[in-house]
Write a protein that binds this ligand. Structure first.
Ligand code: OGA
Ligand code: MN
Length: 322
């Protein structure tokens, strides 16, 4: 059969919130995307930061092919710590259950311990608990935008050190030798990333520190760094910046790791939850002070009570650091 692409071919976008998250329909991910679908999907990812798909009964190979439309896939290097797919070693198996408690239930960007953290990931849930196990995403551009001006001025251009410490701890616990750990450290030395990242495609500024991997803001007093990071980590927690996805069989999430953080709710005991994650290689994060500040599209300048809450958090930080 020959499919003739017409001007009418187009995806349907149903936003979950004004700035972050959209469900995409009118597309079959079992077949390669047309150029037009790829362009539309790419734009939708930039616009909505995370895309969700339902009713996509696709194979692992089709998932890989879908992800490859957006760049080269990266391999997860800590193969002693995670299971990877037997046939597609670039896929990480995200598996939790009664004997394997969740670990993705902290707000985080993925793999910021890499010099080039991933552009994004395509996660297909293969074993979905009847209830629970939702994933939340937070718009870190909106979170940046909601900060008081003096805090923005303090963090624009600041740089933070990231480290895979959590993995180092698990490796030690599992009896890895110093030489093995040193070999990981040599391959993945601590990167310094901008605290505020300019998105390489949209130009938006977003908060690019996370509680899982960021260790300190470099060049400032350690106590100040800790307080400032705490203040910044808290910003992902405001519901006004978030969307929440409820999984069902044959669902896929595709997030822009440069623009959002995510959190997998670990509330489905004693059920199992399993997914397969393909990650697209990213680039070196940077901050461009000359790029004009752009708001998230659809962003409300009126966020009600959280404006006061953020002001209180910032005031507590200022009084703690003097
Ligand atoms: C991940 C992750 C979220 C989820 O795979 O990086 O954080 O919902 N997963 O399992
Ligand atoms: Mn993650």
């Amino acid at each position: 059969m020959v499919t003739i692409e017409t001007e009418l071919t187009s995806i349907t976008i149903d936003p979950l919130t004004p700035t972050i998250g959209a469900e995409i329909s009118g597309i079959d991910l079992a077949v390669p995307l047309s150029n037009r679908q790829q362009i539309e999907m790419h734009q939708a990812l930039l616009d909505w930061k995370v895309l969700f798909f339902r009713d996509q009964d696709i194979t692992t190979g089709q998932q890989v092919a879908f992800a490859q439309h957006f760049g080269e896939l990266e391999y997860f290097p800590f193969t002693d710590l995670v299971h990877v797919h037997a046939d597609y070693p670039e896929l990480v198996m995200v598996h939790h259950g009664p004997d394997l408690p969740g670990t993705e239930n902290t707000w985080h960007h993925d793999v910021t311990w890499r010099l080039e953290p991933s552009l994004g990931s395509v996660l297909r849930m293969t074993d979905v608990p009847a209830t629970g196990g939702d994933t939340l995403f937070a718009d870190m551009a909106a979170a940046y935008d909601g900060l008081p001006t003096d805090i923005k001025e303090e963090i624009d251009g600041a740089v933070a050190r990231h480290d895979f410490e959590l993995f180092r701890n698990v490796l030690r616990f599992k009896g890895a030798s110093d030489a093995e750990i040193a070999s990981y450290e040599a391959r993945y030395p601590n990167p310094h990333h901008p605290v505020v990242r300019t998105h390489p495609e949209t130009g938006q500024r977003s908060l690019f520190v996370n509680a899982a991997w960021t260790r300190e803001i470099v060049g400032i007093d350690p106590a100040r760094s800790e307080r400032l990071l705490d203040l910044l980590y808290q910003q992902a927690k405001h519901p006004e910046y978030q969307c929440r996805f409820r999984w069902e069989p044959n669902c896929i999430a595709f997030w822009d790791n440069r623009a959002c953080q995510h959190y997998a709710v670990s509330d489905y005991f004693p059920n199992e939850r399993m997914g397969e994650r393909a990650s697209i290689a990213g680039d070196v994060p940077y901050f461009d002070p000359d790029q004009p500040v752009t708001r998230s599209h659809g962003e409300s300048p009126v966020r009600g009570a959280i404006v006061g809450e953020i002001a209180k958090q910032a005031a507590a930080y200022r009084s703690a650091v003097g």
